[in-house]
Design a protein around this ligand. Structure first.
Ligand SMILES: [Zn+2]
Length: 234
């Protein structure tokens, strides 16, 4: 799996940020939209009697499919013209090829690299074993972390660049639900560095505080997330 030797790095482009555009996805009217008010915080916790790696594998694979599907709903609007770089706000992501060489690519190319790499991994019997008696590799957790980091980039790009289209398709409730579930999952198992997710902190705070359900403020936040849980309680 030599593509994994590469890494994507987020770094500010050094330019002065353009006048902050109003973030549509933070509008309370849209941010409160969900397809369910279920407590995702409970849903992500490792159930008793289930092996941790099995749980990580099953959830990661499911998130990959859902995020792929969510991206596919706006992919016709994500072109080399509309999204010349993989950008989220002032953060640019670069793809690193298997030799570690930084690759300049458009957002749709970046997403394509992500999706095909992850697809290859989750269907690799040596990495995501499904057969009885087959062990997970030692590198499993770091691979899961890498996958989750890439999937986060895709979700963040949908919000940053394609929320208007998502709204027009009336799929923002699905997007918010998926995002909330995903963030609580990666937080529960410390899968993505908190520095990496800072770029979407404002949204995370709106969607995932108060336990991550329907924002019903039952005061249940701040639990098992540990150090990753930098979201303020309200
Ligand atoms: Zn795009």
């Amino acid at each position: 799996m030599d593509w994994l030797m590469g890494k994507s790095k987020a770094k500010p482009n050094g330019k002065k940020p353009p006048a902050e555009e109003k973030k549509l996805y933070l509008e309370p009217e849209y941010a409160k939209s969900r397809i369910t008010d279920f407590e995702f915080k409970d849903l992500v916790v490792l159930p008793r009697e289930i092996d941790l790696n099995e749980w990580l594998a099953s959830n990661t694979t499911t998130f990959f499919h859902h995020i792929n599907l969510q991206y596919s709903t706006i992919s016709e609007f994500c072109t080399g013209d509309t999204c010349q770089t993989m950008a989220v706000g002032n953060t640019q992501y670069y793809w690193y090829d298997e030799r570690g060489k930084k690759t300049k690519c458009t957002a749709p190319q970046y997403v394509d690299f992500v999706m095909s790499s992850v697809q290859k991994l989750v269907t690799d019997e040596d990495v995501f074993p499904t057969k009885y008696g087959k062990e997970f590799p030692n590198s499993f957790e770091s691979l899961v972390k890498k996958i989750c980091r890439y999937l986060f980039h895709v979700l963040a790009h949908i919000y940053a660049a394609h929320f208007k289209e998502t709204l027009a398709l009336e799929l923002h409730g699905h997007l918010n639900t998926l995002y909330t579930h995903f963030i609580l999952f990666i937080r529960e198992f410390n899968l993505v560095d908190s520095k990496e997710v800072t770029v979407m902190d404002d949204l995370t705070e709106v969607l995932c505080s108060g336990g991550g359900g329907g924002g019903n403020g039952n005061g249940g936040s701040g639990g098992s997330g540990g150090a990753q849980n930098h979201v303020k309680e309200r």
